[in-house]
Design a protein around this ligand. Structure first.
Ligand SMILES: Cc1cc2nc3c(=O)[nH]c(=O)nc-3n(C[C@H](O)[C@H](O)[C@H](O)COP(=O)(O)OP(=O)(O)OC[C@H]3O[C@@H](n4cnc5c(N)ncnc54)[C@H](O)[C@@H]3O)c2cc1C
Length: 433
């Protein structure tokens, strides 16, 4: 029996879509070329908006079992640890006011465990191409499993196959990818005691970011030059660690753990990506097949989960699941999501630039904007609301002038729109046992 929906990709984007579309009554098959869950360091910070969605899907109990760590502020500090900007989440409107720090495989596991048993996740299946009906509408996928080729017809194909999406290309949809001029070295440190915050240290060589992980661990990201860990010019690990700690004395307590963990580092290219169209009849893009931002903005999973929720809402609203109704829902999804994704891309890029620019006019401007934002409680709350995903509000041109210090904001201490904070944060209550 053919499924209603074939989802290509069992990452956060694909599993979230499976969870949401099953809930609106569709038969869902998920395919992934990888046989096992990838053990990589990506997607560890779940913004409050993500926690809200995962809560609605009953996925947070599985995360709670992994001792995910709730934190309620993003702190920007100088190399000595002096606080320069405190983006507190405690004043966010609504009940979700913490980031959950977790491990990426645990997020995938939590999503898998909240799937309806009727959803099949088939691994070790490479989706090679799309199939189309006599009208040209996409009507399924062509796959290879264990050397055997076959076709799987479906009324809807979801391309959740990541940033290099083969299906996006096969469907004739485009995306623009821009690479940042630095890489990120990621390393997981054990037996450490770090503050309950996502902490960005600003240095003349770029960003150093630290946050806690379950079980006395933490993640350290270090912005590096693309060639810094390549070839014979690579500094010996000890010398590299010593220099890092000399430049950021606040990291000294992590020095020994860093030396031990450095051989297990990952060095990652960083880019942003956006697709101007998200759908074509019979196919829709979800997750990083459609959009990616600088990882330090911690927005990727948030957008994956929100894509899934929005798509299910649109399908539910059309009230039918024949091909014509599905295609109408895809257009609705596209218009509902594009504005929000563009907003996320803008705030993420601005945040990434502020944190990663090295000395020069751009960095001076970024630091100036950070200082004026830090001194303006309204802009601090606005920025925290945007990053958290639970209180989205675009900055106005006037706000940019306040950030630049060109105008003084008489409303700096005024509350921003939205309901006042109230009730206990279910993330904190649930996770901080
Ligand atoms: C270093 C780093 C740190 C990050 N940190 C955060 C963070 O803290 N918070 C956050 O919200 N986001 C973060 N992100 C972003 C987040 O990880 C991604 O947005 C999210 O994981 C993307 O999920 P996805 O399902 O869209 O894509 P992917 O994770 O790329 O999944 C795509 C899946 O499709 C499968 N696939 C691909 N092609 C085929 C094919 N032809 N046939 C079958 N299967 C196929 C792949 O095997 C893969 O499993 C980070 C990213 C990076 C790189």
């Amino acid at each position: 029996v053919s499924p209603d929906v074939v989802i290509c990709g069992a990452g956060v984007g694909g599993l979230a879509a499976a969870r949401a579309l099953r809930e609106v009554g569709l038969d869902v098959l998920v395919l992934d070329r990888q046989r096992d869950t990838p053990q990589v360091a990506k997607g560890e910070l779940l913004q409050p908006e993500s926690v809200r969605i995962l809560d609605a899907w009953a996925a947070t109990p599985a995360l709670r079992e992994t001792d995910a760590v709730p934190v309620d502020r993003l702190a920007i500090r100088d190399p000595h640890g002096i606080l320069k900007l405190n983006l507190g989440y405690r004043d966010l409107p609504g009940p979700y006011r913490s980031i959950l720090c977790t491990r990426y495989p645990d997020v995938l596991d939590a999503l898998t465990r909240c799937l309806d048993p009727a959803v099949e996740v088939r691994r070790g299946v490479l989706v090679e191409d799309l199939i189309r009906d006599h009208t040209g509408r996409i009507s399924g996928v062509r796959v290879t499993q264990d050397g055997n080729r076959s076709e799987i017809p479906a009324r809807l194909v979801i391309a959740a196959d990541g940033p290099s999406s083969r299906l996006r290309q096969a469907a004739g949809l485009t995306a623009t990818r821009k690479t940042y001029p630095h890489r990120l070295l990621a390393v997981e440190l054990s037996d450490v005691d770090v503050a309950a915050e996502v902490c960005a240290y600003l240095t003349d060589r770029g960003l150093r970011l630290v946050y806690p992980l379950p079980h006395g661990r933490c993640r350290l990201y270090v912005q590096v030059h693309p060639d810094e860990f390549r070839g014979p010019s690579t500094a010996p690990p000890d010398a590299w660690c010593n220099q890092l700690v000399a430049e950021v004395p606040a990291l000294a307590p992590l020095g020994d753990a860093l030396r031990t963990a450095l051989p297990r580092r990952q060095v990652l290219a960083v880019y942003r990506l956006s697709a101007p169209r998200l759908s074509t009849p019979g196919l829709v893009l979800a997750g990083e097949a459609a959009h990616a931002v600088h990882p330090m903005a911690a927005q990727g999973m948030n957008s994956c989960l929100a894509d899934a929720e929005a798509l299910a809402d649109q399908i539910h609203a059309t009230g039918d699941t024949d091909t014509a109704a599905l295609d109408r829902a895809l257009l609705g999804y596209q218009s509902a999501r594009l504005a929000r994704l563009n907003h996320t891309a803008t705030i993420s890029h601005n945040a990434a630039r502020m944190l990663t620019l090295t000395p020069g006019p751009g960095q001076r401007l970024g630091r100036r904007m950070m200082r004026h934002t830090a001194a303006n409680p309204r802009l601090v709350r606005l920025t925290a609301g945007n990053l958290s995903g639970v209180a989205i509000q675009s900055l106005r041109p006037m706000d940019r002038l306040y950030q630049l210090g060109l105008l003084s904001d008489r409303r700096a201490n005024a509350p921003i729109g939205g309901a006042p904070a109230g009730g206990a944060d279910p993330t904190h209550g649930g996770m901080n046992r």
